[in-house]
Design a protein around this ligand. Structure first.
Ligand SMILES: [Zn+2]
Length: 250
């Protein structure tokens, strides 16, 4: 069953639309709010905070979304003596801003609070969903503490059940995508067998055509910052940006 999420949003200056190419979500960062879910709603909605995360999970299991997954939230941008072995560096040896390639999940409470069963269950379901959408491996190298990026930050604290999150999310059933068709919003090329504009055009459909969808990939050729391509039942691909659902996950 898909997790019930409420899109709350945040101040427009507290996130960046899209992710700088070629970045895509490759890991999930676990945070603690050091406060309440309601307080976090207000903090992320306040331009003065200049921060955000993609999600917040309440102690009662409520899930709020502040930033779309394909956009860049400002939750783990400062790198300080990182412990995370898979943290990315540029060719020049500087750190890539972790916000560009991670999804941030905040959790209600303080670093020394025990996690409630409801909060853990929602977090597990959310991690499983995100990992399925972006083909992120569910292990401790891809589900990381904020502290592992920024050593001075005691976030999410010692009570965050990291190993349980990984173990339970790995085993969590993920509902199949409900998406079965999309509509072309402009003339659209269906490409033979490969999610790339380099693949031969199998056929061209006109705007308004309803196309059946068998699945999608988040790792197709990036066109206009969008890596999503739909696969039709014949195994051919078309770019999601030319449809009414440019992101199959939202
Ligand atoms: Zn944090």
């Amino acid at each position: 069953m898909p997790l019930n999420k409420e899109f709350v949003g945040c101040a427009s200056s507290n996130f960046r639309s899209g992710r700088p190419a070629p970045n895509r979500p490759e890991a999930i960062v676990i945070h603690i709010m050091a406060g309440s879910l309601r307080g976090t709603d207000l903090w992320f909605g306040n331009p003065a905070s200049s921060v955000s995360a993609h999600y917040g999970v309440g102690k009662d299991g409520t899930v709020h979304q502040y930033v779309r997954e394909e956009d860049t939230a400002f939750h783990a941008g400062t790198v300080d003596r990182p412990l995370w072995t898979s943290i990315k560096k540029t060719a020049a040896g500087t750190f890539v801003n972790p916000n560009y390639y991670t999804i941030g999940i905040e959790h209600e409470g303080f670093p020394d609070d025990d996690w409630t069963a409801a909060m853990q269950a929602s977090s597990v379901a959310l991690i499983a969903e995100i990992a399925a959408r972006w083909q992120i491996p569910i292990d401790r190298d891809h589900i990381v503490r904020h502290h592992e990026i920024r050593l001075a930050k005691p976030c999410p604290g010692s009570k965050a059940p990291m190993d349980d999150l990984v173990r339970l999310a790995s085993a969590a059933p993920v509902a199949p995508p409900a998406l079965t068709q999309v509509t072309a919003i402009s003339n659209l090329n269906v490409r033979a067998g490969v999610p790339s504009t380099a693949a031969p055009v199998r056929r061209v459909v006109t705007a308004g055509t309803v196309l059946p969808v068998a699945g999608f990939t988040a790792t197709g050729q990036v066109v206009a910052n969008n890596p999503f391509w739909y696969q039709d039942p014949a195994g051919d691909y078309f770019w999601a940006g030319n449809t009414n659902r440019p992101n199959p996950a939202t």
